[in-house]
Design a protein. Structure first.
Length: 248
């Protein structure tokens, strides 16, 4: 996160630290344990300062996230959209029809990536390399303001130039995931990049969102490292682990 916020390549960060690029790659893959001193050095090299906080351990989201990750991304979004809200899934499919000219960010991206939080708004946020996205999004629906469009199903689209903690479209595109919808593919910011945005944001909901993204990463890692010993689904295995049983 620090390296990406600073806009550095692994090689550039390695040069600043006097390390090998392979060492940075192993740190980021989780193949080598990183000391607190090394993390502080990375943050300082990126013009940042590391703060650590003690918070109660909370795995209450894990089972829900595991269930979400078993669903198709559009179904994940539908499950987290409150009744009576605009059709956000239809809005995402509309965005998919214009191709991968933007990267979805915000809470809709979080839902597509498997987070557990019920959505609180009616908007879809997308980072585009064109300032207001007009060449791509103007034909999707009525323009309702600067950088804002009304999409099929009543959802609102907001075009964001440079989300917090990022360097804009190209920065997010490199790590983004292509998610398939019935209308085509759409780019969605990676969980790590969504966490990066939340970590850098000053919004009131940013802290809770950052915890949710970290929980998604924890569940993904638990699934990667675990080999179920029976026919349980990943969600059932994680649920058993939370009750004190063994998952792997």
């Amino acid at each position: 996160m620090a390296r990406r916020r600073a806009g550095l390549t692994q090689r550039e960060l390695a040069e600043r630290l006097g390390r090998r690029q392979a060492t940075i790659a192993r740190w980021e893959r989780g193949d080598r344990q990183v000391s607190v001193e090394d993390v502080e050095a990375v943050a300082s090299s990126c013009g940042l300062h590391l703060e650590a906080h003690l918070v109660p351990e909370d795995r209450s989201w894990w089972s829900h996230i595991a269930l979400q990750l078993e669903l198709d991304p559009i179904d994940r979004l539908r499950r987290l959209t409150p009744a009576g809200s605009p059709d956000l899934a239809a809005g995402v499919e509309a965005v998919a029809t214009v191709g991968a000219w933007g990267v979805l960010v915000g809470e809709v991206a979080g839902a597509l990536q498997g987070w557990p939080l019920v959505l609180g708004g009616e908007g879809i946020e997308v980072c585009s390399y064109v300032e207001d996205g007009a060449p791509f999004f103007a034909n999707l629906g009525r323009r309702v303001g600067r950088h804002r469009y009304e999409l099929p199903g009543g959802a609102r689209l907001r075009v964001v130039d440079v989300p917090a903690g990022t360097h804009g479209f190209e920065d997010l595109r490199r790590g983004s995931d292509l998610i398939t919808t019935p209308a085509g593919d759409v780019r969605v910011a990676s969980v790590v990049d969504l966490l990066r945005i939340a970590d850098a944001s000053r919004s009131k909901s940013a802290y809770r969102e950052a915890l949710a993204y970290q929980a998604v990463l924890d569940v993904i890692e638990a699934r990667r490292r675990s080999r179920p010993q029976d026919d349980r689904s990943p969600a059932e295995g994680i649920d058993s682990a939370l009750r004190g049983g063994r998952y792997a």
